[in-house]
Design a protein around this ligand. Structure first.
Ligand code: MSP
Length: 646
């Protein structure tokens, strides 16, 4: 049978869908790169692959962030989801589907699943008891509290209860245990499996709450819309809703690709994917995913990334300095299979120079340049292979075999090491065979043809294997070799590169970096980024527009806090012609005695407003000095109250 007509085996791979509370950092991005590398590998190996990624867009955090920014939650998630997609594209993530949990089709599926589970008795109404933080309008479990206080705002919490829907997880405990025991490699790496069995399944699975009435931004339970579906249940369903599953109907993508061959997720969310998710699918009578791979964390210099530590690193910056392929290569080759991995700018720069500029770039560059010099750019036909050639050929087939075995067991860094070993061997082969010496004699030239062919073909092997890691670079290498991009089957035998072809122009693939200069540049850039952003200028106005604003010097006669407010101060001002009372939201930065006797700037013709019941007859000027730092504008003491500022 013709291979092209044979039905390809399918492979469905997913990433976790990242929260849209913040723009994704390099840790979230690494996961997409990892899943992309595996997806590209499977395509290379002849599979019909579907890679799904997307964004998790509901929940109280997003609701609050949008409120604080004065935009709607939908506007907020549109922005972050768009940014995530742009970053994934920039990293070369070749997703086939991109799901957003605010997609109407997904929302409808979540509602239908919830109703089905309720109708069949797997979901029931009960009482949720937890620690409630009133200002945050959120419940927290005991484990989530920090020193017994709200983990978000640090204020005291109180025990409270609300009516809520529960999922009968306990009913599935035996089947879940059987899943872990019978399908021993369901969870990867293996140590995570024991953690799940011993810490969660064996101590006894409790039914869990799958609705919230305190959250507004979520998928409403359609038959009880005061409640929204718990964000984790909403999010997990993406893996099937994206394929068109919707309780009473499926669809061609679902029929073809489900069950997932692997869910790629971080180690922190394994419980949701290996206990809650399978139990929900059991209840729906939907087949279970075949595998869940919980990768380790990417740490910055050994620490977890956090906004408050100002140590979050973003793909955009790394790509600006090093290029997308180098960033991909670093993450994929540095992250161990099970443990956490570390990223520092220094390590990235060093790996770039050692592996990519010296080992890969140099080999390709030297080989193509020699082919030009000695054979006018034509791929020579090899003669008989002898000692070192045979060793190089053996290294090629070993690399191909080791690579496939490592990739299929998700040991991605080991797969990369297999290619690097081949590249090192090829560089050594140049030293062993000394082509420049062979070129000097007539009898040496026949041997030189074999040597250069062997090198060009080894580079082709490396480029095929590295395609899932560095797709753009490998595309350039194929162009330099003057050949089409090859698939894994093209590595079945040494000799795929056709003699007589023409090599392309040698281009430096990875120009060596001046590490010190790069690190200094990054340091300066990071220091600048810590400076608060200077806002855009307002649209132009005319001198007449400005003249309409009546700014006056005003002496503070008295000042006191506004009752029942920790933000406001009431100021009595002498404005020359008359006295004015102004309420100003500066109590956080100024005590009354800091202001009394001082001369400030009053916007004197501003329409009066009431703040906490106190009338404010104008406004005093202050500068937004930094995030959460305000400075009042003071005039010299001898400026006469009531004088105009122009
Ligand atoms: N929204 C949930 C996932 C729902 S999946 C049905 C979530 N989002 S997240 O934005 O917090 O994380 C997205 C993915 O990035 C998760 O798999 C998480 O483990 C992973 N990572 C978050 N920080 C990471 C690192 N520092 N390093 C590697 N992966 C990291 O969880």
């Amino acid at each position: 049978m013709n291979v092209d007509n044979m039905e390809k085996p399918k492979f469905y791979i997913t990433t976790a869908i990242a929260y849209t509370s913040q723009v994704p950092h390099i840790g979230n991005t690494y996961e997409a790169i990892l899943a992309d590398c595996i997806a590209r590998w499977k395509r290379l190996a002849g599979y019909d692959v579907y890679l799904l990624t997307g964004t998790d867009e509901h929940g109280i955090k997003i609701q609050k962030q949008a409120e604080a920014a004065g935009i709607t939650p939908q506007e907020h998630v549109d922005r972050i989801s768009g940014e995530l997609r742009r970053i994934w594209d920039r990293c070369g993530v070749s997703y086939d589907g991109f799901i957003r949990t605010t997609d109407p089709a997904h929302v409808e599926t979540v509602q239908k699943i919830f109703r089905r589970l309720y109708d069949q008795g797997d979901v029931y109404l009960s009482e949720y008891v937890g620690n409630y933080c009133t200002p945050c309008e959120s419940f927290y479990t005991d484990a989530q509290l920090v020193d017994g206080k709200c983990p978000d705002c640090g204020r005291p919490v109180e025990k409270a209860s609300e009516k809520a829907y529960f999922f009968r997880l306990s009913k599935y405990a035996d089947r879940l245990l059987a899943l872990f025991e019978e399908n021993t490699d369901f969870v990867q790496p293996p140590e995570r499996r024991n953690e799940m069995i011993n810490n969660f399944i064996k101590p006894g699975l409790k039914d869990f709450c799958i609705s919230r009435s305190s959250v507004k931004w979520g998928v409403p339970v359609d038959f009880d819309p005061e409640n929204v579906v718990y964000v984790w249940v909403d999010a997990l369903i993406n893996y099937i809703s994206a394929l068109g599953y919707s309780v009473d109907r499926t669809g061609p993508l679902y029929d073809k690709y489900w069950p997932a061959d692997v869910h790629i997720i971080g180690k922190d969310i394994i419980r949701f994917h290996t206990i809650y998710w399978p139990a929900l699918l059991m209840a729906l009578d939907v087949p279970l995913p075949k595998k869940v791979f919980g990768h380790g964390w990417l740490l910055i210099g050994g620490e977890k990334m956090s906004k408050s530590k100002h140590n979050a690193v973003y793909a955009d910056q790394l790509i600006d300095w090093f290029g997308a392929d180098a960033v991909r290569y670093y993450c994929l080759s540095e992250m161990p299979f099970a443990a956490d991995g570390v990223l520092t700018y220094e390590m990235l720069a060093e790996k770039y120079n050692s592996d990519l500029a010296n080992i890969l770039g140099n080999l390709v560059n030297r080989t193509v340049a020699m082919t030009k010099k000695y054979f006018g750019g034509t791929v020579p036909a090899p003669g008989e292979y002898v000692g070192p050639d045979r060793e190089l050929i053996a290294a090629c087939s070993a690399a191909a075999a080791d690579f496939a075995a490592a990739m299929d067991s998700y040991h991605v860094a080991d797969a990369s090491a297999a290619v690097l070993a081949l590249l090192r061997r090829a560089n050594k082969y140049i030293d062993e065979t000394a082509p420049w010496v062979l070129a000097k004699s007539e009898e040496g030239r026949a041997r030189l043809a074999t040597v250069l062919y062997a090198l060009l073909e080894s580079i082709r092997f490396a480029a095929v294997l590295f395609t899932p890691f560095m797709p753009e670079t490998c595309g350039k290498i194929f162009a330099e070799l003057g050949t089409e991009a090859g698939d894994y089957a093209s590595l079945a035998a040494f000799g795929g590169l056709v003699p007589g072809g023409t090599v392309g122009e040698p281009v430096p693939l990875f120009a060596r970096l001046d590490t010190e200069a790069v690190l200094k540049g990054i340091e300066e850039e990071n220091a600048r980024a810590l400076q608060p952003e200077v806002p855009e200028f307002q649209p132009e106005i005319t001198i007449d527009d400005f003249a309409g604003i009546d700014l006056r010097a005003a002496k503070v006669l008295a000042c006191e806090p506004v009752k029942k407010s920790d933000k406001l101060l009431r100021l009595e001002l002498d404005v020359g012609r008359e006295k004015r009372q102004v309420v100003s939201g500066i109590a956080k930065w100024y005590k009354p005695e800091d202001l009394t006797g001082k001369t400030v700037v009053l916007v004197a013709n501003l329409k009066p407003a009431r703040l906490r019941g106190v009338e404010s007859q104008g406004m005093i000027l202050a500068a937004d000095n930094a995030e959460d730092d305000v400075r009042v504008v003071f005039l010299p003491d001898d400026v006469r109250p009531g004088s105009r500022l122009r």
